[in-house]
Design a protein. Structure first.
Length: 351
């Protein structure tokens, strides 16, 4: 059963991409219009838009924005296509871990490469595809939500890490889509949200969007999950993913792996909720997933203030990989995939 979220994270707006600026939540809630391809690169890299499915849509919009710019430059069809393919690859490089970005931009590249038409038709086709991906994302999330709701016990407390909600997608969420669908059936369901250092997507975004939709949420810091699991206060963990390998190993926000280990130890089922577009069937295991290294300042500073010795060394991987054996199921729009994942993933892809 779908529960409508009040949030629409990203939308094609005729000649620009309108998105919620996620860097300023919870202090401000406002939309920005991204009008050029280069600005879209920055919006993705600086995480004005973030979350694997949302940056996929942003990437698709970015290709249209570059196309609109090149249209004004009186290029030949061949030059137009060449420049657009180069800029598409540039957009893909903005964030390396979430495969949805590559997945969506590669679709746009196929349209460019395979087209036998004029520039205007290519722009129309790219726009149509971007809007289609946008609309499908919400429908896919609702299916994920409904499949996932079936494994949520009555009155459950669901722990989540980072933000895999409406703000990480077009407007419903994957892990929080499961929460929304479960809550629509049973309003005694509640969420424990990990703060998610260093960028605090759990604190800033997950609590914000759940509170906005009236779903009960309790904020905890990242180190607290084992404490609450040991007390029997967590019934289920559900997180999103940025890239899932063919064997089910799943990359998600740094800290997810720790939560999964703790869940295994305490016999709490750990689920990943993600669309099939997050599954990278070209890689066999999580060892092949590229992990984004982000700015050290995200770790050394909080709200612009340094919180450590300036002599400390810093490492800041943005994601970690949860091994498949810790995952009870991968909730997709085609149902819940169970181990052994290579078999269930191949079945979902009909390969
Ligand atoms: O760095 P972020 O905020 O883009 O990381 C987001 C996550 O790790 C999400 O859990 C993941 O993208 C799934 S979103 C449905």
């Amino acid at each position: 059963m779908a529960f409508e979220s009040k949030i629409r994270t990203i939308k094609w707006n005729g000649d620009s991409s309108r998105m919620i600026d996620q860097t300023i939540i919870p202090y401000e809630f406002k939309y920005v219009d991204i009008k050029t391809g280069d600005d879209m690169f920055v919006a993705i890299k600086d995480m004005i838009v973030r979350g694997a499915p949302a940056i996929g849509i942003a990437g698709a919009h970015g290709v249209v924005l570059y196309a609109l710019e090149f249209e004004k430059q009186n290029l030949s069809l061949e030059e137009f296509k060449k420049k657009l393919i180069e800029k598409s690859d540039y957009l893909i490089s903005s964030r390396p871990t979430a495969v949805n970005l590559k997945w969506a931009v590669e679709q746009q590249k196929d349209i460019i490469k395979n087209s036998k038409s004029d520039i205007q038709t290519i722009i129309n086709d790219l726009t149509t595809n971007a809007v289609k991906l946008e609309n499908e994302d919400i429908e896919i999330n609702k299916k994920i939500g409904d499949y996932g709701a079936e494994v949520v016990p009555k009155g459950a407390t669901i722990l989540t890490h980072c933000n895999a909600g409406a703000l990480a997608t077009v407007g419903y969420g994957t892990a929080l889509g499961v929460v929304r669908s479960a809550y629509a059936k049973d309003n005694t369901v509640q969420v424990f949200a990990d703060e998610t250092r260093p960028r605090q997507q759990g604190a800033r975004l997950t609590t914000f969007e759940l509170a906005m939709d009236g779903i009960p949420v309790t904020l905890i810091t990242d180190g607290m999950c084992s404490y609450f699991m040991k007390k029997g206060m967590i019934d289920l963990v559900c997180t999103g993913a940025d890239r899932i390998a063919l064997n089910g190993d799943s990359a998600n926000k740094i800290g997810t792996y720790t939560v999964a280990i703790s869940a295994k130890y305490h016999n709490v089922p750990f689920y990943i909720a993600a669309p099939l577009s997050t599954i990278d069937i070209n890689i066999k295991s999580g060892d092949e997933i590229p992990i984004e290294e982000r700015s050290h300042e995200e770790v050394t500073h909080i709200n612009g203030k340094i919180v450590c010795s300036d002599k400390a060394k810093v490492i800041n991987p943005g994601f970690d990989v949860t091994p498949n054996e810790l995952i009870a199921g991968i909730i997709t729009e085609k149902g819940i995939l169970r181990p052994p994942y290579e078999k269930s993933i191949k079945e979902a892809f009909n390969i």
